[in-house]
Design a protein around this ligand. Structure first.
Ligand code: SF4
Ligand code: SF4
Length: 198
C-alpha cells in the first residue's frame, strides 16, 4: 500500500493478487505492498471516488476507507509520482483538504487484505494496487525501486518483472490512463484515450 517513493512510494498491504507465484512467496516472507508501517498512513496512495464506489459495489461494504488530510508529506510524495506535473497535483490535493485512502488495521494491513490475499476482485481494485510495482515515468513504463517487493528483487530486467506480476506494457499504459482519469489528471500528450466507464 505504499507510495513507493524510490521511483515514487505509495504503499498497498499482503499478497494483492492471490498470486500463486511471486506475490504469494512475498507474503510468506513478510510485509508486502498491502501493508504499511503504522504512523505512515498519510503516505498511502489516494483513492478516487470512482474507485471507492466500485469497491463498495463489489464487496458490498461501506468500511475499509479512511479520510486523510493532504499533508505536505503526502503532497510531496504525489509530486514525486508525477514529477513534471506538480502544479496539477497541488491543485488537486490542496493543503489541509482531505482525500480518501484505504484503511488499515492494527498491524498496518489494508482492511481488504484477507488470509488468502485481497478480497476485492482484481478488476475492482484500486488502480495503484493493480499497477504496483510498475509505474510510468512520463511516457515510459518503469517500476518502483523498492527492495521490499520480491518481484522487484528477483527480476533480472523490466521484461521479467512485468512477466512475474502478470502484466504487460500495454496493460500498464491502459491502467495508468484510467488512474489518471479517476485521480483527475489530464491525459498526457500522445496517451491513448481511455473510456470513462470501468
Ligand atoms: S485493496 Fe487489495 S491489493 Fe490494494 S492494498 Fe488492499 S489488499 Fe492490497
Ligand atoms: S512481490 Fe511485490 S507486488 Fe507482489 S505482494 Fe510482494 S510487494 Fe506486492
Amino acid at each position: 500500500m505504499s507510495n513507493q517513493r524510490d521511483q515514487s512510494d505509495f504503499s498497498k498491504s499482503s499478497g494483492p493478487r492471490n498470486d500463486p507465484g511471486v506475490c504469494k512467496r512475498c507474503a510468506l516472507l513478510g510485509p508486502t505492498c498491502c501493508q504499511l508501517s503504522l504512523g505512515n498512513e498519510e503516505n498511502c496512495f489516494p483513492l478516487s471516488q470512482a474507485e471507492k464506489e466500485r469497491i463498495q459495489t463489489e464487496v458490498n461494504s461501506s468500511g475499509g476507507f479512511a479520510m486523510q488530510e493532504n499533508t505536505e508529506a503526502f503532497i510531496g510524495n504525489m509530486c514525486q509520482l508525477f514529477p513534471d506535473e506538480a502544479e496539477q497535483v497541488r491543485a488537486l490535493f490542496k493543503p489541509r483538504k482531505f482525500h480518501f485512502r484505504l484503511a488499515v488495521d492494527n498491524d498496518g494491513s489494508c482492511k481488504f487484505l484477507g488470509p488468502r490475499g485481497c478480497v476485492i476482485p482484481e478488476e475492482a481494485r484500486p488502480y495503484y494496487c493493480r499497477l504496483f510495482p510498475v509505474w510510468m515515468s512520463g511516457d515510459r513504463v518503469t517500476f518502483f525501486n523498492t527492495l521490499t517487493c520480491l518481484a522487484r528483487k528477483e527480476a533480472l530486467n523490466q521484461k521479467k518483472l512485468l512477466e512475474s506480476v502478470h502484466t504487460t506494457s500495454t496493460k500498464v499504459r491502459d491502467l495508468m490512463g484510467r488512474l489518471r482519469l479517476v485521480w483527475g489528471l489530464p491525459p498526457r500528450p500522445g496517451m491513448k484515450r481511455v473510456k470513462k466507464t470501468f
